[in-house]
Design a protein around this ligand. Structure first.
Ligand code: AMP
Length: 440
């Protein structure tokens, strides 16, 4: 099946061909004809399925040509990054039409956005807060909206946007088409859908609450204090060029970024405390391979679409199990395969159990590779290079194993330094060793 078989007009078919798409993805096959026919749609589609084109292409076709000043299609997204991405996609798909796309989101000056709205737009992509601001100032007229899309609706509810969404919906004309996309289904999502959608076509392109099949998932059980050393080892040993790493807090993201940078790995953090320009710069540096590791918090990473992202690491597990599905959805997008690795410390065991319950299956635990720990001053002078991990399922057990050794056990004939565990086997001298490292 081709894009023209779906009923799309030649200009749009040409634009997707120029993007390099050959065949429509399952969600595109299901949604495009339905949206073209004017139906409401509820799509359970995770990120990476091609959902953006699934709604943008038919919307552009239905709008046909520019008309008036006020937007006739509105796409609501949870984050600025997703808004920017959807806008970029819409501009790309619409490149052979004269339709005008505008994007508005918070964290940047309103002025250029107000000017863009005044100049007239057909498709408006917006985050809820800024949309309400500008509508409140009467610089945005929502009275012409004929089609409303809630993209990543579950994220919007998780982020507490439900009241904003309800306020926005009240500003729209009653007669309109509604499309809702959500990776996961909670009771709140079902309630919102029931109130919003009229006899929707329900599309499910992946099993509900399941993770994409092509993502190889793996768990390393590792003490919290070792995580950064293991991560560094994985990046260096695997010669990773691009890895997206999730932390739970902004503080942890900053700290890990500095630690990786200190170890000679190019890294940048992306989180809510960063200015919009810093976030944009970090993202483009990452996309264009100028940095190896992007360290992100949940909110900042929502909706990020980085093509062919090969590695996602959960440095810390999320508190909300659904977030795991979103996080690892950043890899293996649109037909590519990827790896999602979770570093799980003993105190995170309950979080892992919740995730496995949601997925309906356990996540495979991998034996820890042997990763180097930084040297203490004692070890530097003794010429030792401590390791952890060494072929045990967890370095916690490696620790126990070592501590069961007879006092005076030596490594390379040297006594281990006091007050600090030595893990694993076969410590090698740091000096002159090809993989001797600066401490992380
Ligand atoms: P999305 O799920 O909309 O975030 O899309 C994920 C990625 O898939 C984006 O990078 C799109 O450019 C890409 N994509 C969308 N549709 C197709 C297609 N039919 N063939 C190949 N890639 C696609």
């Amino acid at each position: 099946m081709s894009f023209s078989d779906l009923g799309l007009e030649p200009g749009l078919v040409r634009a997707v061909a120029e993007k390099g798409y050959v065949t429509p993805t399952p969600i595109q096959r299901a949604a495009i004809p339905a949206v073209l026919a004017g139906r409401d749609v509820l799509a359970g589609a995770q990120t990476g399925t091609g959902k953006t084109a699934a709604f943008v292409l038919p919307i552009l076709q239905r709008l046909r040509a520019p008309e008036g000043c006020a937007p006739r299609a509105l796409v609501l997204t949870p984050t600025r990054e997703l808004a920017a991405q959807v806008a970029e996609s819409a501009a790309g798909y619409g490149r052979h039409s004269a339709l005008r796309t505008t994007v508005i989101f918070g964290g940047v000056s309103e002025k250029p956005q107000i000017e863009a709205l005044r100049a007239g737009c057909d498709v408006l992509i917006a985050t809820p807060g800024r949309l309400l601001d500008l509508a409140g100032q009467r610089v945005l007229d929502l009275g012409a909206v004929r089609c409303c899309v809630l993209d990543e609706a579950d994220r919007m509810l998780d982020m507490g946007f439900i009241h904003d969404i309800r306020r926005i919906l009240k500003l729209l004309p009653r007669e309109r088409q509604n499309l809702m996309f959500s990776a996961t289904y909670s009771r709140d999502i079902r309630e919102l859908a029931a109130g919003l959608l009229h006899e929707p076509l329900t599309i499910e392109v992946a099993p509900r609450n399941a993770t994409a099949e092509r993502i190889a998932q793996q768990v390393y059980r590792v003490p919290q204090a070792h995580k950064r050393h293991l991560l560094r080892h994985l990046i260096e040993d695997g010669r990773w060029q691009q890895v997206l790493v999730f932390t739970r807090t902004k503080h942890a993201a900053n700290r890990l970024t500095q630690q990786l940078q200190g170890a000679g790995i190019s890294a940048a953090a992306i989180h809510g405390n960063k200015s919009q320009s810093a976030r944009t710069r970090a993202l483009s540096d990452f996309r264009e391979n100028r940095i190896t590791a992007l360290i992100a918090t949940e909110v900042a990473a929502r909706g990020l679409d980085i093509r062919e992202l090969p590695h996602v690491v959960n440095f810390e597990l999320p508190h909300v199990p659904e977030d795991y599905v979103h996080r690892i959805g950043r890899t293996a997008r649109a037909g590519n395969s990827g790896a999602a690795i979770s570093l799980v410390s003993p105190d995170e065991a309950p979080l892992l159990r919740d995730i496995e319950k949601l997925l309906g299956h356990p996540l495979p635990a991998a034996p820890l590779p042997q990763y180097p720990l930084p040297q203490t001053p004692d070890e530097v002078s003794a010429g030792q290079r401590p390791h952890a991990g060494a072929a045990t399922p967890s370095s916690a057990s490696a620790h126990r194993h070592e501590s069961r050794r007879a006092p005076g056990h030596t490594m390379h004939g040297k006594r281990p330094s006091r007050g600090r565990p030595h893990h694993g086997h076969g410590s090698k001298p740091a000096a002159g060793h090809p993989r001797a490292r600066r401490p992380l």
